[in-house]
Design a protein around this ligand. Structure first.
Ligand SMILES: Cc1cc2nc3c(=O)[nH]c(=O)nc-3n(C[C@H](O)[C@H](O)[C@H](O)COP(=O)(O)OP(=O)(O)OC[C@H]3O[C@@H](n4cnc5c(N)ncnc54)[C@H](O)[C@@H]3O)c2cc1C
Length: 485
């Protein structure tokens, strides 16, 4: 086993913070604590309805435990890099525990690819440390600025779900602090029921301290990608059904403003990790080196009207026109997996009022539901510039894990008057077709709607209650959806 050097911490740029004269607002109990605490206006990545929360940032594990044992106002909710779009990691009642300082890598076994690290390590830190050694993440969402614990708490999925399932499949075990049972090691074979309730459990069963994660061996930092334009949803779904099996990664960009004979026109972007022998000459000598790119940032909030159906239509037309059918294009992993990470604070593009993300999954048998939703979006001129469609494979074992076999569509919706009514209509289409929403994205759905989508909810609540009968852990989301009932 080899000791891995400690990585640089990421700047907490994920936070949506309104700086205020923090100390003045703290209670005496909060001030008495030795670790960092501040009152901050906090939201999810969508910046939708921020709430003022006391935020603790324990530097070390010992500080985390002192906080949990202290008289500081409860409940708490752990938070990673705040990349959930909605209210999963905010809590104005007690406090939010920022876990990003718990980001030590502990050990790595190059034979097995098994990495042991603290829960606050980010996927970006793992990539930085391990791609050069020939390892990649086994599953990655569309941003690398998420923590390993955050990835478990939402059991995140990537473009390879149809082949590999979601993140928890590659988690050998984790260490969890629980309110009633202390620290437990959880895996498929040890405390497996607690493993299953924690995976996708939205931080409500305990605080994930350490994780053992299996990385994937790769020969390069590049993906060999085929781009294929499809002039209608049917063509895209048929192409995916026919040949997704040839690709480890598959995703489609969808023009959600296109309608009628162009409904759901898409660009499929499917690929596999490139072998060294597949790289062009100039890259084959340094297969793990990424091209240098300037980091861009959105410096201010865009005015709310900047992203409208006209500007998005222009963007969509251009995107569709420029992405011609191409085979075997060699693309670096940053560009393929994380196109938005290259623009820091891109969430400001939706203006001060923020936006929500809506992710809907329909069972394969309910293609009509997907069509209905796309028709509804096109009719409403719903202006989202990044709409993605994927096919999910088998569901995992997490009680509230999101993926199930079917089509999944994700899009941003700006916060404009009528947003709630609009999402209620989308929820109705989803319910009528046996579909479900994703906790990592949700900010608005009603508890009854959520309950109708997740048959294991009662079992989740019961198990959670046994671990946390006094509700030491709660969030705005858990209150809104009655997850902690
Ligand atoms: C641009 C973008 C693209 C995305 N693409 C995808 C995608 O393709 N697939 C996908 O599945 N998701 C995707 N997401 C969502 C994102 O992957 C998840 O929301 C992820 O959980 C965020 O992790 P985080 O570290 O930011 O956690 P946070 O958002 O801070 O918290 C998420 C949850 O984790 C819990 N949590 C955090 N730390 C701990 C801990 N130590 N112990 C216990 N619980 C904890 C929190 O309480 C909360 O419930 C995307 C998000 C963005 C912004």
């Amino acid at each position: 086993m080899k000791q891995v050097e400690k990585n640089k911490r990421l700047s907490p740029g994920a936070w949506v913070v309104t700086p205020l004269n923090a100390r003045d607002r703290l209670t005496n109990e909060e001030r008495a604590l030795s670790f960092t605490v501040a009152k901050q206006s906090l939201s999810g990545w969508g910046r939708y309805k921020p709430q003022e929360c006391a935020v603790y940032r324990p530097e070390r594990r010992s500080e985390l435990f002192s906080l949990l044992d202290s008289g500081a106002p409860r409940p708490f909710i752990p938070r990673g890099l705040g990349r959930s779009y909605g209210d999963a990691a905010i809590n104005p009642e007690g406090g939010v525990i920022d876990m990003t300082r718990q980001n030590n890598m502990i050990r790595f076994d190059p034979e097995t690819g098994l990495l042991e690290c603290e829960g606050g390590v980010s996927l970006a830190e793992i990539l930085e440390a391990f791609v050069g050694r020939g390892y990649f993440l086994p599953v990655t969402p569309g941003t690398k600025f998420v923590t390993v614990a955050g990835a478990i708490a939402n059991d995140v999925h990537g473009k390879n779900h149809h082949c590999d399932g979601s993140f928890s499949r590659f988690v050998e075990s984790f260490e969890l602090w629980t309110p009633t049972r202390g620290i437990l090691t959880c895996s498929d074979s040890e405390n497996s029921d607690i493993f299953q309730v924690t995976v996708g459990g939205a931080g409500l069963t305990g605080v994930i301290l350490k994780v053992r994660l299996r990385l994937r061996r790769v020969e390069s930092a590049y993906v060999k990608v085929d781009y294929q334009r499809c002039n209608h949803l049917d063509a895209a779904l048929e192409a995916m059904a026919a040949s997704d099996k040839d690709y480890l990664y598959s995703v489609a960009w969808v023009d959600c403003l296109a309608s009628k004979e162009s409904l759901g026109r898409s660009v499929l972007m499917r690929g596999n990790h490139a072998r060294v022998s597949e790289l062009p000459g100039k890259l084959s000598g340094t297969p793990y080196r990424l091209p240098r790119r300037p980091t861009l940032a959105v410096p201010v909030d865009f005015p709310g009207f900047a992203l409208n159906s006209w500007s998005i239509r222009a963007f969509n037309t251009l995107f569709y026109a420029t992405n011609k059918d191409t085979r075997d294009k060699i693309v670096d992993y940053d560009k393929y997996f994380y196109p938005l990470d290259g623009i820091l604070r891109w969430n400001r593009m939706y203006g001060k009022k923020g936006f929500i993300q809506y992710q809907a999954t329909f069972p394969f048998s309910e293609r009509a539901g997907l069509v209905k939703m796309l028709e509804h979006l096109a009719q409403a001129k719903c202006a989202s510039f990044l709409v993605v469609l994927k096919c999910f494979g088998e569901a995992g074992s997490g009680m509230l894990s999101y993926p199930m076999p079917g089509y999944t569509l994700a899009l941003d919706i700006p916060n404009r008057p009528g947003l709630e009514e609009f999402t209620r209509e989308l929820d109705r289409i989803l319910l009528d077709h046996g579909g479900r929403l994703y906790l990592a994205k949700d900010a608005l759905t009603a508890p009854e709607t959520f309950a109708a989508m997740y048959p294991n909810l009662d079992a989740f609540r019961e198990m959670r209650r046994s671990l946390d009968p006094e509700n030491v852990l709660r969030s705005t989301m858990s209150r809104r959806l009655h997850l902690d009932k």
